[in-house]
Design a protein around this ligand. Sequence first.
Ligand code: IPE
Ligand code: IPE
Ligand code: MG
Length: 249
Amino acid sequence: MTSDLPRHVAIIMDGNGRWASKRSLPRIAGHRAGVENVRAIVKHSAELGIEVLTLFAFSSENWRRPPVEVRLLMDLFVMALEQEAERLHENGVCLRVVGDRVGFPAKLRRSIAAAEALTAGNQALTLIIAANYGGRWDVTEATRRLAEEVAAGRLQPADITVEMLGNQLMLRDVPEPDLFIRSGGEQRISNFLLWQLAYTELYFTNCLWPDFDRAQYEEALASYTRRQRRFGMTGEQIEAASEAATGVG
Ligand code: IPE
Ligand code: IPE
Ligand code: MG
C-alpha cells in the first residue's frame, strides 16, 4: 500500500545563503530569492490540494547570526507580509504565524496580526509560518501551561496524557505533518517541529531553497507516495487494512 497526497507538508527552507554565495551575491539576495520561491511553492501546494503547509522561516537560534542579517531578514519578512497578504487572501489562504513574537520588532508584530486577521476565515490552504520558533520552546511552553493547571489544583500530575501535552502545542488544531522536506543538503531537524515529526516521512534534498521548484516538489511528493507508513505495525497488517478498506482480496 502506498500513501496518497500528504495533508500536511512541513519544510525547512535552507540554502539561501549558499545560493547567493555561489553567485557572488550578498546573503540577503539569497533570502529575497527564497521569498520568491515561497510564493511559488504556496501556489503549487494550494493547486495540489494540500491542506496545511508549514514553513520554517526563522528559528529561535537564528538570532545568533550577524545583527545586520537578522535585521534584513526582519525587514524582508515585513515587506513580504505587506505585499503578499492581499494575494493570499484572494486565493483563500489562511495565514498563521507560530513562534515567540515577543522578540520581534513592533512593526513586524503589527504586520503579522493584520495578515492573520485578514485571512482568518479562509479555508483553501492553511499556511503556517514558523518564525522565532523552536521545537523545544513549543514543548516547554506547553509543559508550563499544564504545570499551571496542576498548580491551580485543576489537574493531577498522574492524569497527564500524551494528548493533553499535544493539545497545548502551537499546531494542536492541524493534522501532524505527513511529509517533512529539508532543502540545502543538511540532514537534521535544527529544532523545528520536534513533537509533531514523530511519525512524519522525512525527505532531504541537496537542492538549495531558491532552486527548489515545482519539479523538485513533485519529486518529494512522489517519494512520499511510494512509502509505506507503518506507525509501529507490520507491513502485512497495513496491507490487510488497506485491502479491507478498498474491498480487494
Ligand atoms: C535558510 O537559509 C534561511 C534562514 C535560516 C533564515 P540559510 O540562510 O540558512 O542558508 P545557508 O544555509 O547559509 O545556505
Ligand atoms: C534552519 O536552518 C532554520 C530555517 C531554515 C529557518 P539553519 O540554516 O538555521 O540550520 P542550521 O543552523 O544549519 O542547523
Ligand atoms: Mg542554513
